[in-house]
Design a binder for this molecule. Structure first.
Ligand SMILES: N[C@@H](CCC(=O)N[C@@H](CS)C(=O)NCC(=O)O)C(=O)O
Length: 257
């Protein structure tokens, strides 16, 4: 049984998972009634029209944004989830838990931004092919320093007493677990070598990934046409040349900042 009968309208670019996927996963996991509004005919046009002319300020700066059943329009992935989660019962009750969830979600957003910048370090207005050498440098530090640091943080969070029992970041299943699942999926797609090397150091994260994947509505969603495949237009892109081996040192060796 769905936990809510209200209808939400998600607006996001139709060809990629991108940041829209964090919202889709929450809606799907809750069995919420929603429409992925920009996937249909004229979707992108509707999305752009809404971006320019939403009735009440503030206009969202960029997709994703979600129209709630009461007509309000909310942009920014973490803000959307912060507002949505209590309605979907995807966050423990109480302000303290909601702020903890938001803190964790914003940390994931930082990681997502860095995953994007690994292939687009110079500018979003340029093709990857126009910034390949800069991307190789940026990805090297992302793979060798930043992924281990971020995932080490989330692994340690899962290890804390309250969470250990259920393998959930907030001690019970929440939207942050769904987002963490998505980030792990994306990193495995984009950087399979790096993630294989890290596997022994992140057992709790890998268990969380499997737990979320096995949730009945998530499993059904992942096998449905509603789930867009990862691709090289999205945030998590697989460019083999960026998923480098760890021991290839810069000329001269030694560590550099
Ligand atoms: N901080 C925002 C970032 C939104 C964002 O960068 N959206 C991308 C697609 S994932 C976009 O269309 N950006 C257009 C732009 O920045 O001009 C969020 O988390 O929602």
């Amino acid at each position: 049984m769905p936990r809510t009968n209200k209808r939400y309208e998600l607006f996001y670019w139709p060809e990629i998972q991108g940041r829209g996927e964090f919202i889709r996963l929450a809606l799907e996991d809750a069995g919420a009634s929603y429409v992925d509004a920009a996937r249909g005919p004229e979707g992108t046009r509707k999305l752009l029209a809404l971006l320019r002319s939403a009735s009440k300020p503030p206009l969202p700066f960029a997709p994703p944004f979600l129209r709630f059943p009461d007509g309000s329009l909310v942009g920014q992935t973490a803000a959307i989830l912060h507002r949505l989660a209590p309605e979907l019962k995807l966050v423990p009750a109480g302000d303290a838990s909601r702020i903890q969830a938001l803190q964790l979600q914003l940390t994931l957003a930082d990681l997502v931004g860095e995953a994007h910048d690994a292939h687009h370090p110079v500018g979003m207005d340029l093709y990857y092919e126009d910034q390949k050498s800069e991307a190789a440098r940026r990805a090297r530090s992302f793979v060798l320093q930043r992924i281990p640091k971020f995932l080490g943080y989330f692994e340690a969070e899962l290890d804390r007493a309250r969470a250990r029992k259920r393998g959930a970041l907030l001690g019970q299943h929440s939207y942050v677990d769904l987002s963490l699942f998505q980030v792990l999926e994306g990193l495995h797609y984009a950087f399979p070598n790096a993630m294989a090397r890290l596997a022994r150091r992140i057992p709790r994260l890998l268990a969380l990934r499997e737990r979320v994947r096995a949730r009945p509505r998530i499993a059904a969603y992942l096998h449905s046409p509603r789930r867009i495949a990862f691709n090289e237009q999205g945030i998590f892109r697989h460019y083999p040349e960026l998923d480098m081996e760890p021991r290839r040192k810069a000329r001269g060796g030694g560590s550099r900042r």
